[in-house]
Design a protein around this ligand. Structure first.
Ligand SMILES: [Zn+2]
Ligand SMILES: [Zn+2]
Length: 269
């Protein structure tokens, strides 16, 4: 059984990724308007009423914007941490189901999700490791100032990793942002630079890893070629899989993990 990952778009103006295994479908984050989400899902022929669950990583609106409305309209269970529920004003039980840190959420026999806490500005943010019925794993990791040991331990067992590469150091430091904002972005609670992402991938590299998607690129402080070349410089010799960039205007491709003798396949849409 393949585990399919389709980024619907990623960046400071909205994030959402569709995960599919067999007939089970889950959206990780709902950072676009409901109308945009439905439009993007229609481009890949997905009927939103068939989505089983919505998983929200943290309360920032580029991740959580339309989650409650989508959950209600599509009759999909909304999963989030207790802190995110409070920050969004979602009522536990009636409007959302809350999870604890590193508590596995069984969506169906075909998919489970494991939230891993990560440090990010004034929020209770988590990375997600999705496992399908055959044990194939995919990670979605955005909005973190640095990677913890625990996160790296989980990433080292994944066949697919979507991870943010938010800014290029030089562009951020010489760019237009005020000094305080530059400090916040590059601090422990901010975002990962291209270099940090490259070093994390280098650290956790293993033969299982077959596809990488770089996401949440800053439009002001980064460019796809800068992110990709930094990562390639660090992992090029040890890695034979694919590297793709998820931009703000998805969906552009689907990654399939666990097909064709466990090789991943990248399908252009
Ligand atoms: Zn955030
Ligand atoms: Zn974000």
């Amino acid at each position: 059984m393949a585990l399919e990952i389709t980024p619907l778009g990623s960046g400071s103006r909205g994030n959402s990724t569709l995960l599919k295994s067999g007939s089970t479908m889950v959206l990780i984050d709902c950072g676009f308007s409901l109308k945009q989400l439905e439009l993007r899902l229609s481009r890949i022929n997905v009927n939103p009423l068939e989505i089983d669950g919505i998983f929200i990583t943290h309360h920032h609106l580029d991740h959580a914007k339309s989650a409650r409305r989508a959950s209600e309209k599509w009759d999909a269970i909304l999963h989030c941490s207790p802190e995110t529920a409070i920050r969004m004003g979602w009522a536990p039980i009636s409007e959302c189901r809350t999870f604890g840190n590193v508590e596995r959420i069984q969506i169906s026999d075909e998919m489970s999700l494991l939230p891993i806490p990560i440090p990010h500005d004034d929020s209770d943010n988590v990375a997600v490791i999705a496992t399908n019925g055959d044990g194939h794993r995919a990670a979605i990791v955005t909005d973190l100032g640095e990677a913890t040991h625990e996160l790296k331990r989980h990433l080292s067992g994944c066949s697919h990793i979507s991870i943010e590469a938010n800014y290029d150091d030089e562009r951020l430091m010489t760019g237009p942002y005020p000094h305080s904002l530059k400090r916040r972005i590059s601090g422990r609670g901010g975002h990962l630079s291209n270099l940090q992402t490259a070093e994390i991938l280098q650290d956790i590299m293993n033969p299982k890893l077959q596809s990488i998607v770089l996401c949440h690129l800053s439009e002001k402080n980064n460019a796809p070629h800068l992110a990709e070349s930094e990562v390639l410089m660090h992992i090029g010799e040890d890695y034979s899989g694919t590297i793709s960039i998820s931009t703000q205007d998805g969906p552009e491709f689907t990654i399939r993990v666990g097909e064709l003798k466990n090789k991943d396949v990248r399908i252009r849409l």
